[in-house]
Design a protein around this ligand. Structure first.
Ligand code: AQP
Length: 334
């Protein structure tokens, strides 16, 4: 059976980008077609300046939203990364496999380190090494597939390199995974800055649709989306990035076989495109918001899902991580 692993970090409120780029395919297909494990990767939220109480709150909120979006604990395993020690156990071995140069080439490291420095902050060492922890997240479970948005593809490539290098040096220990990207909306862009990814930790929020935004806020954000200087509605990411972003969001929300270029033909004004996109987003998010409110009223249920999830995850990860400890030359405890 195909093993599937993916995660989401509690660095902010979940966005439409997280939903269309990752969570929706976890819910609609991944949890039904393999042994799927999904994780709130809270340790990754500590790689940038953070408020402890907020990380704790956002971790719970992320888990609740994943359930609200439709993850079903009878079909998949949902847990919190820090509840399973195998992730950090394995990360050290992979730090001993990766190189300093490889880490410094990671685009997210370069971008986030620049952002931290620009605001006078210091860059945490864990920001540099976080892709190794992400590799450990994936390899510990012997995942075959990692469904992610486009921004994480480079980290999955690194994970593949580390798995192959480790296996070659020390004998087979890891499955070599592959990234699986959605057909549309693999990189939802910020509505106010369509050249930047919609990211949940970004400070400027007017171009970011959060899953918990109420309907009027969603409408306002989409209607105010930056479009392009022409007036023709065409799907061209290079010359019309704002319009292309709206068309991708609309296609992803409509689902089925909707394609952004085909949808473009049905519009002769930006206003009509924005209106339909806003309504499509509102309809996609409505059941998630409603279910989230219900789940907030039963915190004991979410706790139990996470407890059982961590227990199962530990059982899956431990033999692989123990095997890697032996393979690399560490003396097993007696
Ligand atoms: N804009 C996006 N479009 C498509 N997919 C996206 N993902 C994230 N943003 C988009 C995918 O969602 C999953 C979880 O993402 P994450 O928690 O690792 O990243 P984030 O939401 O981008 O969080 P941050 O803290 O705001 O990160 P930065 O600063 O890097 O933008 C992943 O599968 C991701 O691909």
């Amino acid at each position: 059976m195909t093993r599937i692993f993916s995660g989401i970090k509690p660095t902010g409120h979940l966005t439409l980008g997280n939903y269309l780029g990752a969570v929706r395919q976890w819910v609609k297909t991944d949890q039904h077609r393999g042994d799927a494990l999904f994780c709130v990767v809270d340790l990754h939220a500590l790689t940038v300046d953070h408020d402890p109480a907020r990380v704790r709150r956002l971790s719970r909120q992320a888990a609740t939203l994943l359930l609200a979006a439709g993850l079903d604990p009878t079909c998949c395993t949902l847990f919190v990364q820090s509840h399973v020690a195998e992730h950090t156990r394995l990360a050290y071995l992979l730090e001993c496999t990766a190189t300093d140069g490889e880490m410094r080439r990671m685009i997210q490291y370069k971008e986030k380190a620049a952002r931290e420095r620009a605001t006078g902050g210091s860059v945490r060492l864990s920001l540099l090494t976080y892709p190794v922890l992400m590799a450990a997240d994936i390899l510990a479970y012997g995942a075959d597939e990692v469904p992610v948005g486009d921004d994480q593809a480079q980290h999955v490539e690194l994970t593949r390199d580390l798995a192959m290098r480790f296996n070659q040096r020390y004998g087979h220990a890891f499955t070599v995974p592959r990234a699986v990207l959605p057909d549309v909306a693999a990189r939802v862009m910020d509505l106010q800055d369509p050249l930047s990814k919609m990211g949940k930790s970004h400070a400027e929020t007017s171009g970011i649709v959060y899953l918990l935004d109420d309907a009027d806020v969603v409408r306002r954000k989409v209607m105010r989306a930056v479009t392009d200087s022409g007036s023709e509605v065409a799907y061209d990411r290079e010359t019309q990035p704002g319009v292309a972003n709206l068309l991708e969001i609309l296609a992803a929300c409509k689902g089925g076989d909707s394609k952004p270029d085909e949808l473009a033909a049905g519009y002769d004004s930006y206003g009509a495109l924005k209106k339909d996109t806003a309504e499509a987003v509102v309809e996609v998010l409505r059941p998630v918001r409603e279910r989230h409110a219900e789940l907030c009223a039963e915190p004991g249920y979410v706790d139990e899902v996470l407890r059982a999830g961590a227990e199962r995850a530990r059982g899956v990860a431990r033999p692989t991580v123990d095997g890697a400890y032996r393979a690399i030359g560490l003396l097993p405890p007696v």
